[in-house]
Design a protein around this ligand. Structure first.
Ligand SMILES: Cc1cc2nc3c(=O)[nH]c(=O)nc-3n(C[C@H](O)[C@H](O)[C@H](O)COP(=O)(O)OP(=O)(O)OC[C@H]3O[C@@H](n4cnc5c(N)ncnc54)[C@H](O)[C@@H]3O)c2cc1C
Ligand SMILES: *[C@@H]1O[C@H](CO)[C@@H](O)[C@H](O)[C@H]1NC(C)=O
Ligand SMILES: *[C@@H]1O[C@H](CO)[C@@H](O)[C@H](O)[C@H]1NC(C)=O
Ligand SMILES: *[C@@H]1O[C@H](CO)[C@@H](O)[C@H](O)[C@H]1NC(C)=O
Ligand SMILES: *[C@@H]1O[C@H](CO)[C@@H](O)[C@H](O)[C@H]1NC(C)=O
Ligand SMILES: *[C@@H]1O[C@H](CO)[C@@H](O)[C@H](O)[C@H]1NC(C)=O
Length: 598
């Protein structure tokens, strides 16, 4: 039985009533702008464009409301591990594309299922709600890579800040030893559509994880929204402060746009192909409930279908590597060799112990306790159900003494303030209580490679957007990533040992795993995504043959077409990318409405 079965039934009453979607004039209609993909970036961009009453905007989204089609585990923060986002190919969710990857060549040929939102809100409706920004050096490097200084940290900061409203943590609801430090100027005082705050509960295990991370050399940091990722702190979250439920691009940008603008939303509508007249994008072929029709764009088509499907849509529409398109009978409109290439992602592995502090294991194994926790959430929006899994995060640049000369040289492509490793406290217990637990408490520290050198790709073997793209994650294909992973796992073990909260022997990988070879084998056998694919329609200088879009996100080689989402990141910021997705959407919307900021 689902460990939260009683809870889920009980909490079904929290499902959020939907707002009516405007369909505009319906099929074969014409708009100024058509945004393909009502996900994280797409809804932010469309909502901003629609604020101008003289502009007509439509969004085409394959899914509907996740609150209705997915259930409460997609809304209540602590239930996110139960929202069917696992890597098991047998897992699936009705609000997800449920993609399977190609076999991981350097991770035991495993095929993993890769979660991606198929819903209004996109992957912001699937994610684990961590909100933070990259480092100053990250965006300064974006400026260098694009040859456009308007992507520097100083220049993008206003676009981060205008997107959000920061609500201070409600310390009265949190344990005294889980007090949050933060930058209260991280969002504009007037506030933007997206709520960012902290949950009404600090996971006790995270306090011990922090002790361990600090014992091995990290220091407490003030926050992660101000251009530095160094040391430990409580991450801010995309959670609604009063309701303590998931905040997504749908609950924020879309809801406000539906109340105040004429934004048209074509939900449950699949975009099949971009239409061109010569080199000009003029519309989108779509399908709703089996019926095909065309939406025409007077000004532009903007693709925000995410890092897997934006390159796919470009390719099936004739923009991509000629060698991929021609054998599939796709007429080449622009031979763009970079489409789908150079994909980045952050892989993660885990170290786990039995611990002598309360974790999620208790709610999985003790029904009376679970009932009490439900009541606490229902009556006051407090307690453990308010918190998504990641509690305290820790960031570090590995000491050069731990790395080979080759690794030090290869990692020099990253700016000086860019951490190599992210540690994520996971007071989640065992997600499957049949997996050894008899009411004992288990917890983990996830270790993510955030300066990876391995690259993957997205390709197609069908000219139809309705067939899944070919997803090659490329994890651990670069030898330096394997070396860093082994070093990082050893650091995680040291942190856990120093935490003072462990009971007995290490649970995962376990004492039998000792040599570098054994550690690498454990990592190959268990490595999984943090779900941050990016860079598959990379933004760059027009002179760079691999650049897919220019620094205003315009697709190179054609007219009236942009891509705006994680696929255009010139480099994948260390850590969790949703804040950067919102920033990119805010910035390009401003470019479109008011001209480029340079
Ligand atoms: C399980 C999980 C956990 C994560 N945890 C975090 C986290 O804690 N913090 C964080 O910052 N990031 C996290 N991420 C990553 C983050 O959510 C993504 O980087 C971000 O949401 C990507 O935004 P996007 O706009 O690029 O794409 P998406 O939000 O995925 O939007 C793409 C949209 O396009 C639609 N679409 C695609 N193709 C078509 C088509 N042909 N026709 C119509 N519609 C189409 C999709 O249905 C989707 O709605 C997580 C992601 C996952 C999956
Ligand atoms: C929509 O356009 C298609 C051609 O693109 C045409 O075949 C169809 O009849 C049109 N439908 C309506 C209702 O106008
Ligand atoms: C979703 O996950 C739960 C466990 O959390 C599992 O019992 C259920 O079968 C999954 N659903 C699908 C459709 O895979
Ligand atoms: C912090 O307080 C919580 C709640 O009292 C407790 O469970 C946890 O062990 C404490 N952490 C530390 C490091 O003392
Ligand atoms: C991180 O902080 C430590 C102090 O705790 C400092 O010595 C180190 O230089 C900082 N690293 C970066 C990359 O800023
Ligand atoms: C495309 O590749 C997938 C995954 O390898 C495979 O299952 C599918 O049959 C292929 N389709 C075609 C048309 O070759």
């Amino acid at each position: 039985m689902h460990p939260f079965a009683p809870l889920l039934a009980f909490l079904a009453s929290f499902a959020v009533p939907s707002l009516a979607l405007h369909h505009g004039p319906g099929i074969n209609a014409t708009y100024d702008y058509i945004v393909v993909g009502g996900g994280t970036s797409g809804l932010a961009l469309a909502a901003r464009l629609a604020e101008d009453p003289s502009i007509s905007v439509a969004v085409v989204e394959a899914g509907g409301y996740y609150e209705e089609e997915g259930g409460p585990e997609n809304v209540i923060p602590a239930l996110c591990p139960f929202a069917n986002t696992s890597t098991d190919p047998a897992d699936s969710s009705p609000i997800d594309w449920n993609f399977d990857t190609l076999p991981l060549t350097d991770a035991n040929s495993r095929v993993i299922r890769y979660a991606r939102g198929k819903t209004l809100g996109g992957s912001s409706a699937r994610n684990f709600m961590v909100y933070h920004r990259g480092t100053r050096g990250t965006y300064d490097q974006w400026a260098e890579l694009t040859g456009d200084s308007s992507w520097s940290w100083e220049s993008v900061l206003p676009y981060f800040k205008r997107g959000c409203t920061l609500t201070p943590p409600n310390e009265a609801t949190r344990f005294p030893n889980t007090t949050v430090t933060y930058n209260d100027a991280a969002c504009d005082p007037a506030g933007g559509p997206l709520h960012v705050t902290w949950p009404n509960y600090g996971d006790p295990f995270a306090t011990w994880a922090a002790i361990g991370l600090e014992a091995i050399g990290m220091s407490p940091a003030n926050d992660f929204n101000s251009g530095e990722l160094n040391g430990t702190a409580w991450a801010s979250n995309t959670i609604h402060p009063r309701r303590q439920i998931r905040e997504s691009s749908e609950t924020s940008y879309l809801r406000s746009a539906l109340k105040t603008s004429t934004l048209a939303v074509y939900d449950h509508t699949m975009a099949l192909r971009i239409d061109f007249e010569g080199l000009n994008a003029v519309g989108v072929q779509v399908k709703t409930a089996g019926k095909r029709y065309t939406l025409r764009a007077r000004k532009e088509v903007i693709i925000s279908a995410g890092a897997f499907q934006s390159p796919q849509l470009l390719m099936v529409s004739g923009i991509g590597p000629r060698s991929t398109l021609e054998p599939l009978g796709i007429t080449v409109i622009a031979d763009s060799p970079g489409v789908g290439q150079g994909m980045w992602d952050h892989p993660i592995f885990n170290v786990a112990y039995q611990v002598n502090v309360e974790t999620m294991t208790r709610y999985q194994t003790d029904p009376e306790y679970a009932a009490q926790v439900m009541l606490e959430y229902e009556s006051r929006r407090e307690g453990p159900l308010t918190t998504p899994v990641p509690g305290i995060l820790g960031w570090e640049r590995l000491s050069e003494s731990l790395l080979s000369a080759e690794a030090i040289e290869a990692l020099a492509v990253f700016p000086d303030d860019w951490p190599m490793v992210e540690y994520i406290s996971r007071g989640t217990g065992l997600l499957d209580p049949s997996d050894g637990s008899n009411g004992e408490q288990y917890a983990g520290i996830g270790t993510a490679l955030v300066a990876p050198l391995s690259r993957g790709s997205i390709s197609i073997n069908s000219s139809s957007a309705e067939h899944p793209p070919l997803i090659d994650l490329g994890y651990l294909t670069h030898p330096v990533d394997r070396e860093v992973a082994i070093a990082a796992l050893k650091r995680t073990r040291q942190a856990f040992e120093a935490s003072g909260v462990t009971v007995g022997d290490e649970y995962q990988p376990g004492p039998a795993v000792q040599t570098d070879e054994e550690i690498l084998e454990y990592i190959r056998a268990t490595i999984s995504p943090v779900y941050h694919p990016a860079g598959t329609c990379v933004m760059g200088k027009a002179t760079d043959r691999n650049a897919v879009v220019d620094s205003q996100a315009r697709v190179i080689g054609v007219n009236n077409l942009r891509v705006v989402d994680a696929s255009i990141f010139p480099a994948l910021p260390p850590g969790h990318p949703q804040a950067s997705c919102y920033m990119v959407a805010e910035k390009i919307a401003d470019d479109i409405l008011h001209g480029p900021s340079q």
